[in-house]
Design a protein around this ligand. Structure first.
Ligand code: SF4
Length: 438
């Protein structure tokens, strides 16, 4: 049955008074069949509603008329934002993470969504390759703005070679101009693969994108390569030299140090051994979730919170605490805890976990597995009693690592106390200092 499955209904709301309850299915509003939460929001705005739903209590379809002020919510939350099935991707990108993985990991890792509704709702990047005319018309009619779009290259031959889509691709510049002219704000990502879309191709892409008014910012991120690539296209990894070349090329086109239109992922600066830019470079950190500005945000947060810290917890042996993280962040943490040492005369240890599961080229904390963490703790000669981990390596509900371990299971396997903490400078310092009276 199409329609939205109800997760909860606010007690005393219009929906509650109309008899709608959890597990019912809302089929239509004002005779408009609901495809997703966006349709629901759009259609339930009116003041006179005819809501048709399937009631799990009376086990039949029920019609209810509801009168309310325009814009007042009905009081329903749904189990999922999309009611008619996720729009899945029609591509076979040369760098797709799903081709370089193994079975039996966390199920959400295998979702190949390319759904413009989740781009609007959750900031997921989409390629536009599976959009038809109706989808484009709906995006502009319902003003689904902003959208997050993977471009990779404006050279259509290169884009085709990278996406390897089963659909015939419309020129990406055509779609971007169309959306822009209809008032849709766009955030773009370019995943750069050396020898495919870097160098002169990247220069052309950047110059093309710069001319489209609706584009707010462009994230330039490096391709992620795991060790499971036997059947994949041969792609070279970024290293110190080509990361430096890329930083220089981007600076050549957009040398801005403030609110950069083309913003480079943190990983390029780490690889190139170049200082992470100041916070001004990242504007309002709009591309944070894409690894653009995370480190600067963490560094500034840590330094500010350290400056506000005067007293450490009496009951904690700081030098018996060890922070586990990926190689990428470990150098930064080492430097930050040196500042901590200068202030307090002791400091926790920092230990980089080797990513044996995915291969050493994957060096971010968010992709560490429970097995690698267990191995690191067992092998550790650091004599620590408490191990802290960033919660970014756990599922959204904070429960499981990628390979299905709970924190409790890691503790039982290793015999040490382990704690996952929020990935911020403040959360990290809160582990060591006395609570402050704000
Ligand atoms: S769009 Fe490309 S990278 Fe994303 S899921 Fe599809 S094939 Fe993989």
């Amino acid at each position: 049955m199409n329609g939205g499955k109800v997760e909860a209904v606010e007690f005393g709301s219009y929906a509650w008074d109309a008899g709608i309850r959890a597990d019912d299915v809302v089929l239509s509003v004002n005779n408009y069949p609901l495809r997703d939460w966006l349709d629901y929001l759009d259609k339930s705005y009116a003041k006179e509603l005819l809501v048709i739903y399937y009631s799990t209590i009376v086990k039949q379809v029920v019609e209810k008329r509801i009168l309310k002020a325009a814009g007042q919510p009905l009081g329903i939350t749904f189990c999922t934002p999309v009611f008619d099935g996720l729009k899945v991707c029609a591509n076979n990108c040369i760098f797709c993470f799903l081709q370089q993985t193994v079975p039996d990991l966390r199920p959400t890792l295998y979702i190949r969504d390319d759904d413009y509704r989740l781009s609007f709702l959750d900031g997921n990047y989409i390629t536009l390759s599976n959009l038809n005319e109706d989808d484009l018309a709906r995006i502009t009619a319902q003003k689904l703005s902003p959208l997050y779009i993977s471009v990779h290259s404006t050279d259509e031959r290169i884009r085709r070679d990278m996406l390897r889509s089963s659909k015939e691709l419309r020129p990406i510049l055509f779609d971007l101009r169309f959306l822009s002219e209809h008032g849709i704000d766009l955030y773009i990502q370019i995943v750069v693969c050396p020898h495919f879309n870097d160098g002169e191709s990247l220069r052309k892409t950047m110059l093309d994108l710069r001319n489209i008014q609706g584009i707010q910012k462009v994230a330039i991120v490096p391709v992620g390569l795991t060790k499971f690539r036997e059947k994949c296209t041969d792609i070279k990894a970024f290293n110190r030299n080509n990361a430096r070349d890329l930083i220089n090329l981007v600076a050549d086109i957009d040398g801005s140090k403030e609110n950069a239109f083309f913003a480079l992922a943190d990983e390029f600066f780490l690889l190139a051994d170049v200082d992470i830019p100041d916070a001004n470079y990242y504007g309002d950190f709009e591309l944070y979730d894409n690894g653009v500005g995370m480190l600067r945000d963490f560094i500034d947060d840590f330094q500010f919170e350290l400056s506000q810290t005067n007293e450490l917890k009496a009951d904690i042996a700081i030098n018996e605490v060890c922070i586990l993280t990926g190689f990428a962040a470990s150098y930064i943490l080492e430097e930050l805890f040196q500042l901590f040492y200068f202030k307090f005369g002791s400091r926790p240890k920092v230990c980089a976990v080797v990513n044996e599961f995915w291969g050493e080229m994957i060096n971010v904390a968010g992709l560490l597995t429970g097995a690698d963490i267990i191995k690191t703790i067992k092998d550790s000669a650091l004599q620590s009693k408490l191990f802290l981990l960033p919660d970014s390596l756990l599922s959204r509900d904070g429960h499981l690592t990628l390979d299905g371990y709970t924190i409790r299971e890691i503790e039982l396997e290793t015999g040490f106390q382990v704690k996952a903490i929020h990935t911020s400078g403040k959360a990290l310092l809160d582990e060591f200092r006395e609570e402050r009276n704000e």
